[in-house]
Every structure is written in structure tokens, then in C-alpha cells.
Design a protein around this ligand. Structure first.
Ligand code: SF4
Length: 315
């Protein structure tokens, strides 16, 4: 069967990160993950103390790092990627906690060494929508003339009831306000969503995909809910074995969600990386390749593709 999806070289029915980076940069881009000593307002008491109930959090293992410490960490961690993809190019990935949650001076100190390194294509900065002040956005926009700047922003769901149950510490409106502020900048946005929250129906998860699919963003990461050890969610799960999606429910759902997304955006992830030693359930997520294959098969079976049902003007 002919694949109608145009942005692929390997017959995928959605746009992968590899396709995107090869077509935009002529090579693979890899993200070198960094722990830059940030914390999170949903943990330090500013908006909450317990964190999102699925988050393992824990203590910050690198408090009070300077820009040069982070750069050394980057050089060390980059070696693994250089070995694996010698032809690829790096991005500095500020991954742990909320990486815009500090003073502007501190952000400048931590980001600066990466702006000075000509090999680095861009900075990928994971954060929350309530950690993006006007002055931080203005600063990040000023950096876009030097490097690509990506923000990875957690949304998880468009449903406020779910966000409350997750103890996210912000609502959907707060997320939309951040996206609105970023819309006319050159900063690129990647949004995280989580499927399988036990009080959500499949239609609610589709609604999240439909809404995110129409936002002015460049990428999405889709995850299954993981019950990880030592989290409030794990304690809830011990007391009340709430239902989790089966592999087939998840893969069919993601295949459907992809049809509602803007066909131009990048699907950075369609399943998460639950570390087997931390994961309680669902154990099928450990076999990541098999999950990805099942999503591909569901799309071929139903002859669907990313953006097939996308209509920017429809509710
Ligand atoms: S915002 Fe991120 S770091 Fe903070 S508690 Fe939630 S998942 Fe954890």
C-alpha cells in the first residue's frame, strides 16, 4: 500500500526526529543530556512540594553548578554520542527539572559556554510553562540569532481535572499563555503529553492531541503513563490497582492521535523510556521497539498518517 505521508525516507507515516534533522541540517542531531543543578517550583514549595505525582524527583545531585562545570559534564557525556554517531552534531540538552527556573544572570552563566562552542547546533531546554517570564523569553529570543533554541514544555493533558489529579501545579490556561507569548518568537517548542491517566477516557486523550496538534509548535513527545518506584503514584497504585492501558490500547490510541496533529511537526517520541529498574507498570513499555512497530503496523492496517484528520479550523 502506498504511503501518502510525505516527510519520510523510511516509509514511516509520521515525521521522526531523524528525518527532521537530516532534512534540515543534513545530518543526525543528538541531544547530550545535562543536569545543570536546577530545581522545580512544584518541589521547592513555590507552587508545591510533592511534585507531579508520577515524578521520581529526588534530590538535586548537582547543586550550585557553574557554566564551566556544566560544560565539562557536557564534554564527558558527549563522548558516548560521538562514538555512536561520529557524523552527527550535538545539541546541549538541559534535561533535569525546570531549566529556566532561576535568575536571568544564572541562566546566562549556565547557557553561555554552549553558545560559545561552534560545534553545538542548539540548546534544548526542558521547563514548565510557569517558569517562562517575559524577561527569560526575551533573553532566549536574543539567543536564537546565535543557536537554535528549543523549549520542551510539559503539558501532559489539556484537562484541568487531570492536571489537578497529577498535582501539576499549573493549569491548561497557564500553558496556553506561555505558548501565546512564544508564538511570535524564533524559539522552537516541543510539547510533552501523557496517555493513560486512569480517570481519562480515550476521547479525552484524543482531545489533547487535537488541541496540541493545532498549536504553533514544532514538535511533540507522546508518552505512556509510567508508574515508577518511590513516587506518590506508586503508593496510589499499591492501594488501588487502577487500570492502565494495554499495549494494544496504547498503540491504537497513538496511531489515532497522530492523525490529528499538524503534518509538519516532528514526533520526537511516541513512547517513553521507563528504566526497567524503576518501572512498576506497565511492563510492556520496556520493549520500546515493539511498541513503535505496533504503532507503525496500526497505521498501515488502517491506512492512516500524521495529519490525515488535521484541520486547523475545526474545533
Ligand atoms: S514539573 Fe517536572 S520536575 Fe517538576 S515535579 Fe513535575 S515532572 Fe517533576
Amino acid at each position: 500500500m502506498k504511503n501518502p505521508y510525505p516527510y519520510t525516507e523510511d516509509n514511516k507515516r509520521y515525521q521522526t526526529w531523524n528525518y527532521y534533522t537530516k532534512s534540515h541540517y543534513g545530518t543526525r542531531l543528538y541531544k547530550v543530556p545535562l543536569e545543570a543543578g536546577f530545581t522545580c517550583p512544584n518541589r521547592d514549595g513555590t507552587v508545591g512540594t510533592g511534585g507531579c505525582i508520577f515524578c521520581r524527583g529526588g534530590s538535586n545531585s548537582f547543586p550550585e553548578l557553574s557554566g564551566s562545570d556544566i560544560y565539562r559534564q557536557y564534554l564527558e557525556r558527549r563522548k558516548v554520542f560521538q562514538h555512536k554517531w561520529p557524523e552527527g552534531r550535538p545539541m546541549a540538552y538541559f534535561q533535569s527539572y525546570s531549566n529556566t527556573y532561576d535568575t536571568l544572570d544564572k541562566l546566562k552563566e549556565l547557557y553561555q559556554p554552549f553558545l560559545n562552542d561552534p560545534e553545538i547546533v542548539g540548546l534544548v531546554i526542558a521547563t514548565r510553562s510557569d517558569c517562562l517570564s517575559d524577561e527569560a523569553i526575551e533573553y532566549l529570543q536574543s539567543l536564537t540569532s546565535i543557536k537554535d533554541i528549543w523549549l520542551e514544555i510539559g503539558l501532559q493533558s489539556i484537562h484541568d481535572k487531570t492536571l489537578k489529579e497529577m498535582n501539576r501545579g499549573h493549569d491548561y490556561r497557564n500553558f496556553l499563555q506561555a505558548v501565546e507569548k512564544l508564538e511570535n518568537t524564533d524559539i522552537k517548542i516541543s510539547v510533552h503529553i501523557i496517555n493513560g491517566w486512569p480517570t481519562e477516557t480515550e476521547e479525552m486523550m484524543i482531545e489533547t492531541a487535537k488541541a496540541v496538534g493545532k498549536m504553533p509548535i514544532q514538535a511533540i513527545k507522546i508518552h505512556m503513563l509510567h508508574v515508577l518506584k518511590d513516587t506518590p503514584l506508586a503508593r496510589l497504585y499499591e492501594n488501588d490497582r487502577f487500570p492502565l492501558l494495554s499495549k494494544q490500547q496504547y498503540t491504537d490510541l497513538v496511531a489515532r492521535q497522530l492523525t490529528y496533529l499538524n503534518p509538519e511537526i516532528v514526533i520526537e517520541r511516541i513512547t517513553g523510556d521507563g528504566l526497567p529498574d524503576q518501572l512498576i507498570e506497565p511492563l510492556w513499555t520496556v520493549k520500546k521497539i515493539s511498541v513503535i512497530n505496533d504503532i507503525d503496523k496500526a497505521m498501515v492496517r488502517d491506512n492512516t498518517w500524521q495529519g490525515m484528520n488535521y484541520n486547523h479550523n475545526h474545533p
